[in-house]
Design a protein around this ligand. Structure first.
Ligand code: SF4
Length: 381
């Protein structure tokens, strides 16, 4: 009988064909094959180096290959990474593992996809963003709406489990345009749909345009109305709205991402990857050259106060629509939720932002709209 704890692996692939106008993720456009090969070599060295710490204590049951644009890599390169993980870590049997990979509709087709599936990928997260060409151009995406439709059909035709990301709150995007995209995805029976509000990130072209007065963002009220409409449409179509920005057909929830929202152990590998293992956070360098030279030696550990971990618990678990269990809180921290957050939780309840459940607390519909404000009040308690 195994006593290993489950472990999720996040693998960062920092390459993109072109940077999108809103994106501040750590990824680089225009890297050549030599740079990609050097990165994969460094990543495999890190996999070997780090696996030893976990082999006795953990068993890998989910892998998420994200970025960046992992689908810029060839299937043989993805196969090389997954095989190296299997050789180095203690892993679940392939049938029990979720291996997700992010894919840009503009960088894969049916043939490449079958190579990824052969390499072991069994879940594809497709960055569709919109099925409207004007919106895609505005965002600076490399794909058109038809390319996205083609990618979705390829995913469905291959039999792989798949998910799509779409955006709301994009400048000049009407509610109708957003709803048309969502409706088309629902009609296609996409198993999992993530719907995120556009965030203005410093250093991006959108941020500069906004500062220069060349870009206006939709109001909070109109973005929230789009969000509520999305939830309504997804629920009516039988999706399980399980996290603030995620809905899935029952049984198709993302196992890896659920680890982030339930404070389970995950290990990030690759540059700019974050980890949370045994209540300890760490992160590796965002500098490409430094990562190639130092790999695992570039990792910095963060010493979190117990209070920070408690607020992290509340912050992340409240993202789940069912909220959290006070009993889990007490089991993890050995202290009473009532003593730590009881007063502010009741205040937020009377303001209509939090709701009591049989076992703990969850966000109310207004609390979902104002979740950042609410989290701030909890953190400052
Ligand atoms: S493809 Fe994704 S990671 Fe790459 S620039 Fe666009 S949003 Fe960022």
């Amino acid at each position: 009988m195994t006593t290993s704890r489950p472990l999720g692996l996040y693998i960062h692939i920092p390459f993109c064909e072109r940077k999108c106008n809103y994106c501040d993720f750590v990824s680089f456009a225009g890297c050549d094959e030599a740079a990609r090969d050097a990165y994969i070599d460094a990543l495999c060295r890190e996999i070997d180096e780090r696996a030893g710490e976990f082999r006795e204590s953990h068993r890998v049951d989910t892998i998420f290959i994200g970025g960046g644009t992992p689908s810029l890599l060839e299937p043989a390169q993805i196969d090389h990474i997954i095989s190296r993980i299997r050789e180095s870590f203690d892993c679940e049997e392939p049938g029990n593992m979720e291996i997700s990979m992010e894919a840009n509709p503009g960088s894969f087709g049916a043939e490449k996809l079958s190579g990824y599936i052969e390499a072991g990928v069994n879940r594809l997260s497709i960055g569709v963003q919109s099925l409207d060409d004007d919106v895609l151009k505005r965002l600076g995406r490399i794909h058109s709406a038809d390319t996205a439709r083609h990618a979705l059909r390829a995913a469905r035709g291959s039999g792989i489990n798949y998910s799509t990301d779409i955006m709301l709150g994009v400048p000049d995007m009407s509610s109708k345009c957003f709803e048309d995209t969502l409706e088309e995805l629902i009609e296609m029976q996409v198993p999992h749909i993530s719907f995120y509000s556009l965030q203005l990130e410093m250093g991006t072209p959108f941020y500069r345009d906004f500062k220069d007065g060349k870009l206006s963002l939709p109001s909070h009220a109109s973005t929230r109305a789009m969000y509520r409409r999305a939830v309504e449409m997804l629920k009516a179509a039988g999706y399980h709205h399980y996290e603030i920005s995620n809905a899935a057909k029952p049984g198709f929830e993302c196992r890896h991402n659920l680890k982030y929202w339930t404070m389970q152990d995950y290990l990030g590998l690759g540059m700019a990857a974050h980890s949370f293992v045994g209540g300890r956070r760490s992160f590796s360098t965002s500098n490409f050259e430094e990562y190639l030279a130092c790999g695992a030696d570039s990792i910095e550990f963060e010493e979190s106060e117990i209070r920070d971990l408690k607020t992290d618990f509340v912050f992340t678990e409240l993202r789940l629509m069912d909220g959290f269990d006070e009993g889990d809180y007490e089991m993890i921290f050995g202290s009473s939720y009532e003593e730590d957050f009881g007063r502010v939780s009741r205040e937020l309840e009377s303001d209509g932002l939090l709701e009591r459940t049989e076992r703990g607390w969850r966000l109310s519909p207004d609390g979902v709209d104002e979740n950042y404000l609410l989290m701030e009040r909890l953190i400052n308690e």
